[in-house]
Ligand binder design. Structure first.
Ligand SMILES: NC(=O)c1ccc[n+]([C@@H]2O[C@H](COP(=O)([O-])OP(=O)(O)OC[C@H]3O[C@@H](n4cnc5c(N)ncnc54)[C@H](OP(=O)(O)O)[C@@H]3O)[C@@H](O)[C@H]2O)c1
Length: 310
């Protein structure tokens, strides 16, 4: 089968079309014929060698999001899906197992139906970042009426965090560049403030006691802490967990912890069908154009996801 992989880390041009054996389906797994794979920042981290992949099979195939057609259901796979269904799933890449491939085999719990009415390209933008936003909010565990700050709100994960938080009954204060204000207001944020290092100070002007929690999609890290009330928690997404002042805690999360949470993935599907979540696509490009897609993502400013099609 055709896949996009790297033999060694490097620039976007390290991404090449590779030919791999079709993966076999084992106990509890399902096979998807991939039609779309979203391009996420984590894929660029893998490609550029910033992740330890020693001991993994080569070529390394990036990608954490797929949508396509369910092709095979392995023995003992716990699913109500049927062969031929339009599905979406989250991939935790390891070695040559990644989403940038014509076929992917996943645990049944990582796969659910694609939102009705969505194209595979649209559906592929939801699983990984939707589950990350869900995990962030579940980790915070804020009761309805609490106030949440979201940084990087115009991004894929941040945008889902804003929308899920509103659906959970939270008040959301979000950041945006001037050009993204309309977008972030449209996602449902109650208050939108200019992005950047001054964000926390501006939050305090609106909420003098500080917010109850934060999802730090922009990785402001220590700079976001002053926005928090005493004892508040900041969810971080690349491991940041330094000590802070006033009992403010940094809590790193990893979406892999939710990679088999089929019920949560299916709730995201329902929320997309209900219009609670917007599936935002920047552009769909043929998989062979993965290098260009990585270059565009790394340049910043992409709104909605770039998606590779197979
Ligand atoms: N831990 C996990 O399991 C997990 C899971 C999913 C995602 N992540 C991570 O979460 C982060 C966000 O992912 P994503 O898919 O949402 O990325 P994204 O779509 O690129 O969004 C990031 C957003 O943050 C903005 N931004 C960048 N620097 C900023 C700054 N200094 N102040 C305010 N905003 C800033 C970006 O704007 P510009 O485009 O203008 O730069 C963009 O709108 C990534 O680092 C990703 O790797 C981690």
């Amino acid at each position: 089968m055709r896949a996009i992989g790297i033999h060694e880390p490097g620039t976007p041009d390290a991404l090449q079309v590779v030919d791999l054996p079709r993966p076999a389906v084992s106990e509890g797994e399902v096979r998807i014929r991939v039609q779309a794979a979203a391009v996420n920042p984590t894929d660029t981290i893998l490609r550029s060698g910033q992740r330890d992949t020693s001991g993994q099979s080569l070529p390394l195939v990036p990608g954490m999001d797929v949508a396509g057609v369910l092709e095979e259901i392995g023995p003992g796979a716990s699913t109500t899906l049927q062969v031929g269904n339009a599905v979406m799933g989250i991939v935790v890449p390891r070695g040559s197992h990644g989403a940038y491939a014509e076929q992917v085999v996943l645990p049944a719990g990582s796969v659910t139906a694609a939102p009705r009415g969505s194209s595979p390209v649209e559906a592929s933008t939801l699983p990984m970042n939707g589950l990350t936003a869900r995990l962030a909010l579940d980790t915070l565990g804020l009761p309805p009426g609490s106030v949440l700050a979201v940084t990087g709100a115009a991004g894929a994960m941040g945008g889902y965090a804003v929308q899920l938080a509103k659906a959970d009954g939270l008040t959301v204060i979000a950041d945006a560049a001037e050009k993204d204000e309309e977008l972030v207001v449209g996602l449902g944020a109650d208050v939108v403030l200019p992005r950047g290092e001054e964000f926390a100070a501006r939050v305090r002007e609106q909420f003098p006691d500080g917010v109850d929690g934060a999802v730090d999609g922009a990785m402001l890290h220590a700079a976001v802490a002053p926005a928090l009330r005493d004892g508040g928690t900041v969810i971080t997404i690349r491991g940041y967990d330094e000590a802070s002042e006033r009992g403010v805690r940094f809590h790193p999360i990893l979406v892999a912890d939710y990679a088999r949470e089929q019920q949560k993935l299916d709730t995201l599907r329902q929320q997309a069908e209900d219009g609670v979540l917007s599936l935002r696509v920047a552009e769909a490009v043929p998989a062979e154009q993965a290098p260009q897609a990585h270059r565009r993502l790394e340049a910043g400013g992409v709104r909605g996801r770039l998606v590779l099609t197979f």
